[in-house]
Design a binder for this molecule. Structure first.
Ligand code: TXE
Length: 484
């Protein structure tokens, strides 16, 4: 079992110390205190986990969709039964307010398992009758041992967005969660036996990306990698996996435009823009961090936006009225603050925020930052081009539709966008011309798990969701059958 202070690796149904016998300190971002120790694994632990996953694959890959479906539904029920404990642990580990961990993260964990548990009972395959004597039919086979690597912003939410389809389609998995947020991944492993998931089907290795993550990406017996994280790391994953021609799904960074036309539903836009700017401390790759407002609405929007932001409570993640907790780490806080300083150097004006909020003594060492609004930056400035991944947005105006489309596309990323307008032609024209994987018209982060999710350009490779996950987590074999 997981000990109270040390998080061991979970391999073949056993909790095992890392071969290095070394551990990483894991911090509570709200207090800056160490609250657990994490296995500091390396290639030896990955090798052992892959071996266990290969052994388990022999039987798991032969189970029926009904059997796997029943086990995944059971897993979802067990997580739901323990949702408060999961939410509190996620909040303590990541910093987000616990009720957001419950309503956003854990609700989606449960939903992902139930979605794919259902999907595999209804998935269909192609069959084409060619002529009087021949027909083609497609067989789908699980890929094998899937390597799943996840980031620290939506820890269990994003890890299980990979685990659920991987298991559903008959694969076994070796997972490497972020070393900043591994606690709920460990807690998740404690439910597997009760859910009827056989030993070796799910293996969890903790540690750094450079050691454990890299070893997983390079492992010759791991034919598939699903990775979510920064774009720079995504490049390393592509390079490291090239040797073995691995199937890759990369969900990387974003610098998403939030485009607001004067004819929008103003009240709904303003309420949603507060969330798309600062939810999860702005540490969601889908956040609308570049706000573009039609010129005639610009001044009014700025006034209202700043007034509403002042109502957002930053502080104790255990409190129900807290909207923003701390950032994930001291290093990340420093990175975000340095980008705000760069914005000043590059002629930007910090309209509000940019500093450390005044909080009770117990949070004095926490990684808190005020929600920050920057105006007056040029399109080619650092903060308009590079992902900040914190509670920081830039706001600028535009005159014409063509102008804002060009500005929105003027970055290396292409993940998502929000467009606020009541004009259908405007909405369609903008959506058609944006180089991003997802466009929300008059909403943000509304997620239907059947749709293709992913980015283009520096935001990633591939799509996951619904049948796109089936395409990724299975290999297709076309059989041409001729009756002689
Ligand atoms: O990423 P990192 P972080 C992006 C987000 C931001 C970043 C934040 O925009 O840029 O991810 O997450 C492991 N080989 N998204 O800082 O450092 C590392 O241990 C193998 C986009 O955690 O890339 C961790 O488990 N693995 C996304 C994971 O990779 C390596 C949503 C991510 O770490 C490795 C969420 C290596 N060489 C965040 N180096 C989206 N588009 O949905 C590190 N890792």
């Amino acid at each position: 079992m997981m000990t109270t202070t040390k998080v061991l690796n979970f391999i073949d149904g056993q909790w095992l110390a890392p071969k290095s016998n070394e551990y990483l300190e894991n911090f509570n971002p709200a207090t800056g205190e160490v609250f657990s120790l994490l296995a500091d694994s390396d290639h030896r632990d990955i090798d052992q986990a892959v071996e266990a996953a290969q052994k388990a694959f022999k039987s798991w890959s032969k189970t029926s969709p009904e059997d796997r479906s029943q086990k995944l539904y059971k897993l979802a029920d067990l997580i739901e039964k323990n949702i408060d404990d999961f939410a509190k642990l996620e909040s303590k580990d990541q910093g987000k307010p616990w009720y957001i961990a419950k309503q956003m993260d854990m609700a989606r964990v449960i939903k992902s398992f139930r979605f794919f548990a259902g999907a595999i009972l209804h998935s269909e395959n192609e069959c084409n009758v060619m002529d009087a004597e021949s027909m083609n039919y497609v067989l789908r086979k699980p890929v094998g041992v899937a390597g799943l690597i996840s980031p620290w912003n939506l820890p269990l939410y994003l890890l299980t967005w990979k685990i659920a389809p991987a298991l559903a389609f008959g694969n076994t998995v070796v997972c490497k969660p972020s070393e900043f947020t591994s606690m709920t991944a460990a807690k998740f492993c404690e439910l597997l036996a009760e859910a009827g998931i056989p030993n070796g089907v799910v293996n969890m290795i903790f540690g750094t990306g450079a050691k454990a993550g890299d070893a997983l990406v390079k492992h010759p017996k791991v034919p598939l990698i699903s990775f979510t994280g920064g774009s720079e790391t995504g490049k390393k994953v592509i390079q490291s996996s090239a040797e073995h021609f691995k199937k890759l799904s990369l969900e990387l960074g974003g610098k998403n435009p939030n485009i607001i036309f004067a004819d929008c539903d103003y009240k709904k836009m303003l309420a949603t823009t507060l969330r798309s700017s600062f939810l999860n401390q702005g540490e969601i790759c889908l956040c609308g961090s570049r706000i573009y407002v039609e010129e005639s609405l610009y001044e009014k929007f700025l006034q209202d936006f700043v007034r509403e932001i002042k109502e957002l409570k930053v502080g104790d993640p255990s409190q129900k009225d807290t909207f923003m907790g701390p950032l994930i780490s001291a290093q990340h806080l420093e990175k975000v603050q340095s980008m705000i300083n760069t914005a000043r150097d590059e002629g930007g004006k910090i309209l509000m925020g940019g500093g450390r909020p005044e909080l009770a003594a117990q949070f004095s060492k926490g990684y808190f930052l005020e929600p920050t609004v920057i105006v007056g930056l040029a399109e080619n400035s650092t903060c308009m081009q590079r992902e900040i991944f914190g509670p920081v947005v830039t706001v600028s105006s535009f005159k014409t539709l063509d102008e804002v489309i060009e500005k929105a596309n003027g970055v290396s990323y292409g993940l998502s966008a929000s467009v606020w307008t009541s004009n259908l032609n405007t909405a369609q024209t903008v959506a058609k011309n944006l180089d991003v994987g997802t466009v929300w018209i008059n909403s943000w982060m509304k997620r239907d798990l059947r749709v293709p999710f992913g980015g283009m350009k520096a935001s990633g490779l591939g799509r996951e969701g619904g049948r796109h996950s089936m395409d990724f987590y299975t290999e297709m074999v076309n059989v041409c059958l001729t009756t002689t």
